[in-house]
Design a protein around this ligand. Structure first.
Ligand SMILES: [Fe+2]
Length: 179
């Protein structure tokens, strides 16, 4: 793959292998079929941009970089011992929703859900919270690898410095959701 200059943009098709960015069928066709594996490799066709110009020529990005360096946080400092009552969260959400209880406002007759009572719906609500947190976990790992890619591909040193601070931020997000 040849180097690209900043004024030469590759097409969507060159970057992702298809022209339609929002082709839902194509997006849904990308599935992880090896669900027992602990790893998943995704191919990429990007050029990593080195720069030999270390001049700090972009003060706005430099300012963001300095700010990010001064406002680092540590996930270890969060109150991990806080007791979370997931059932109470389910009940609070149900109270806020438009429906008049824990069950969704739809006709469930003839479905396995028809026989569900409050106990089952609370359990469902708790499992839904767990599912959502798990999806966030994977999403944050996506952000982690994407921001690392940004470091690789942005052309200016100030942009690489600042983008690097977003990488550590996303690492913290993964760490927190994992915990
Ligand atoms: Fe994040």
């Amino acid at each position: 793959m040849g180097a690209t200059s900043s004024d030469e943009r590759r097409t969507d098709e060159e970057m992702i292998g298809r022209a339609g960015l929002n082709d839902v069928e194509a997006i849904l066709a990308i599935v992880n079929t090896d669900t027992d594996s602990r790893f998943h490799d995704v191919g990429a066709a990007v050029d990593t941009r080195f720069t030999w110009d270390y001049e700090r020529a972009r003060p706005k990005l430099g300012k963001l970089y300095e700010k990010a360096k001064l406002t680092q946080w540590n996930a270890n400092d969060l109150p991990w011992a806080t007791d979370v009552d997931q059932e109470a969260v389910v009940m609070a959400n149900a109270a806020l929703s438009a429906s008049s209880g824990l069950a969704p406002m739809m006709d469930l007759s003839g479905t396995p859900f028809a026989s569900w009572g409050d106990r089952e719906w609370v359990e469902f609500g708790i499992e839904s919270q767990n599912w959502t947190l798990s999806q966030f976990l994977h999403g944050e790992q996506g952000a982690l690898v994407c921001t690392a890619r940004i470091v690789e591909t942005v052309p200016w040193i100030d942009a690489k410095y600042y983008a690097a601070t977003q990488v550590i931020d996303e690492a913290r997000h993964v760490e927190v959701f994992s915990r």
